[in-house]
Structure formats: C-alpha cells, structure tokens
Design a protein around this ligand. Sequence first.
Ligand SMILES: Nc1ncnc2c1ncn2[C@@H]1O[C@H](COP(=O)(O)OP(=O)(O)OP(=O)(O)O)[C@@H](O)[C@H]1O
Ligand SMILES: [Mg+2]
Length: 454
Amino acid sequence: MSRTVFLIDDDRDLRKAMQQTLELAGFAVSSFSNATEALAVLDPDFDGVVISDIRMPGMDGLAFFAKISSLDPDLPVILVTGHGDIPMAVQAIQDGAYDFIAKPFAADRLVQSARRADEKRQLVMENRRLRRAAEAASDNLPLIGQTPAMERLRQTLKHIADTDVDVLVAGETGSGKEVVATLLHQWSRRRTGNFVALNCGALPETVIESELFGHEAGAFTGALKRRVGRIEHASGGTLFLDEIEAMPPATQVKMLRVLEAREITPLGTNTVRPVDIRVVAAAKIDLGDPAERGDFREDLYYRLNVVTISIPPLRERRNDIPLLFSHFLKRAAGRFGRDVPAISAAVRDHLMSHPWPGNVRELSHFAERMALGVAEIPVRKPAVPTNGGTLPERLERYEADILRQALTVNNGDVKETLQALGIPRKTFYDKLQRHGINRADYVGKSNTAKKEGE
Ligand SMILES: Nc1ncnc2c1ncn2[C@@H]1O[C@H](COP(=O)(O)OP(=O)(O)OP(=O)(O)O)[C@@H](O)[C@H]1O
Ligand SMILES: [Mg+2]
C-alpha cells in the first residue's frame, strides 16, 4: 500500500522536521515550499494525504484546501495552524478538511493524524476502483450494438433493471430476447438470486403446472417426492418466461393469479407460499394485436405489459452488423483455434444485403461457418453498376440512355433523331457503334406503342 504525503510549508526548518518525522513513520513524503507547486502535481486520483500550513505567502492553506476540495472532495487535507488561526481551522474542518494540528505539536500527533487520514484515503480509493471495475464490467456488454436503437435499448434496460417492474420483451427469433432478460437480472440487485428460465412452448401441458408451481409428494400419480416449483425457485431472483405466447390457456389463468398475488399454491396442497419474483416474459409475436394473440388472455397480456421492450430485427439496424459480425468471427476463430479470416468485399456485401430472418443468431452461425472456412456466399449477378462507377463510366451510361431515348421517341428516324440531339451524323453513328446500339431496333416501335395507347 502506498503511503504518500504531500507536505506544504514555507518554513524550511519546520518542513524538514515534519518530513523526517513522517518518513520515519513509513510515509513517502514530497515536500513543497508553496501551495501552487503542490497543486500543479495533484490530481483527483492522488493516492495519499495532504498536510499543509495555513499561513503562507502567496496561496494560503485555506485557499489551497478550497482548491483541493473542488478537485476531489474526498482527498484528506490536514491543516497545520499557528495559535491565532484556530477559529479559521475549525471553519475549515466544517468545510470538510480532515484535521487540524495546532503548533507546537508532538511528532506522534502528526503521525497519528496522517495514518488515519491515509487509511480513509485508501478506503475511498478502493471503493473507486471497485466501482470502476463494476462499471467496466457492465460496459463490456454481451449486448453489442451502437445504432441509436440499441443505445436507447441499453439506456432503458439500465433504467428499469433495478426496479421490480415486470417486463415483456418482444422481438423476432434470435434478436436477443434472452440476452435482454439476462441483463435485466444481472443489472438488478436480484442478481444474487436465481435466474430461472422456463420455455413455455417446450413443456408438455401435463407437466407445466408442476414445473411452475411445484407439488407435494403424492399430489398425483408419479409424484413421489415434494418438488419445489420454478416460480418458488426464482424467489429472490428473476423468472424468465420464454415463448409466453405458447403458454397453455389453463396455465395462463394460474399465472395471472401469481402475478397479481405474488404467491403460489403447490399442487396437492392448500397452503399458499409467498414468492418474491420479478417476471420477465419473452414473446416472438405482438401480443398486443388481438389477431396475433389468438387464445392468449388479454388480461394476462395487460398484466405483463407494464413495460414492453421491443428489440428491432437485425435488418432494421444494419449498421450494427459489421460490429456484431467481427465480434462473432473473432470469438469463433478463437474457439476453433483458427486465424481470423479476412472479410472480402463479397462477404461484406452479403452481410449488408441479406435480410437475416434468424437475426443475430443467424449472423453468429454464419460467422462460425466463415471461421471454419465453410461459409457459402450466394453469388450475386455480376455487378452492373446503376449508380456507381467513375464519372466517365457514368457519363457513358448516361449518353447511351439519351441515345436510346431519342431513337425511341423518333422511331429510329435518323434525321429527326439527329435534330433532336443536335450532333453531326458521323458523331451519331460513331456513338451508336461505341454503345452497341442498333438503330433498326427502334424503327416502328413507338408507333405501335402509340396506336395501342390510343
Ligand atoms: N446485441 C447482441 N450482442 C451480442 N450477441 C447477441 C445480441 N443479440 C443476440 N445475441 C446472441 O444471439 C443469439 C440469440 O440471442 P437470444 O437467444 O437472446 O435470442 P432470442 O430472441 O431469445 O431468440 P429466440 O426467440 O429464438 O429464443 C445468442 O447467442 C445471443 O448471445
Ligand atoms: Mg430465446
């Protein structure tokens, strides 16, 4: 542990004596004859203690203390005072100075104060380190994405994570509903409890209730032992109801009761047990739309829908694709012990044009196939640039279009076309040849069109 003291006193002899005392007590001391010099090297992450005389030419100890407080109010400052300055020193203590020592003082008094101040400082610094580490960890999200939609999503999650409000997460398959549910758990104080995920679509109707509510031994045939249900298991933590739209109607009724009363009645008992849960439900469909909802209970929907978080499909946040892809590609290459392959223009093209119906999951599987070198990229038609190309190329295309238009309008009649374009005959034929346009193709065309249109 570093035990640093910045010592400021204009009295050279006293400064030397104090420095010696502190060094004997194990401190590393930097001493200064004036406050300005010390201030120049102090920063908010200064790891030690400041001991300063009050009466000094230039910036006095009180002004110095005020500057330090604005730099870092938790930095301990010990003021050394002459006998006339006690009232000032008391005021400084009220303003947050750590201690004051009246001259003359015993060496021990100085050392004790410095030690206690140092301990306090170390605690503050340790707390800051922990807090920063926690922030860094939470910034290192599994929820990748920098598009405005994802930034907003992350902000919302941060705001509601530590509330107990129930949340409905809506999004297409593979869009990150489970990631969101996990983050809601991890960013809440419930993180010390269980995160219990239950896929309502995957459980046979016959077991879903004993899964959810638990049962007593003998509650039904085959129920040999008492079983704690998933809801109770999630008490103190988070219950994640995945594919809630697939929950059987009978269970929906019971679930509604749980959400309202926050208690369960295990099968085969009459006793109710309170549960302290936060429910996060995920749906692939829009439960708010009666047409999509089907036999999903409207009252359960409204009960769940305290807050709905909608995750946009990947195709609506394409700018996140390169970031996600390079993350998945690196991860996959690491897992398979391969080098990270270079991303060709064709791959980039595919990434940005594919509709990604399987969303982030599909993208991550594609990255895995890329890392293994077995990815197939659909071959696209040889690029016929319509808007792209260099300026001369685009002018060429433009010119050819104008020629064709003029020929069409004038039925391939040379004289009229020449007139319309205002160019010499030779130039006209040269251009037709260069662009591979056959005048004869246009003869009679527009007449037919006109006749049909009449
Ligand atoms: N924003 C993201 N950043 C990083 N990884 C993500 C992100 N969104 C999703 N993933 C990853 O994509 C995969 C699919 O995500 P998740 O399982 O959360 O989707 P889902 O919406 O629950 O899908 P389903 O509806 O099919 O259950 C997971 O491997 C997850 O880690
Ligand atoms: Mg899921």
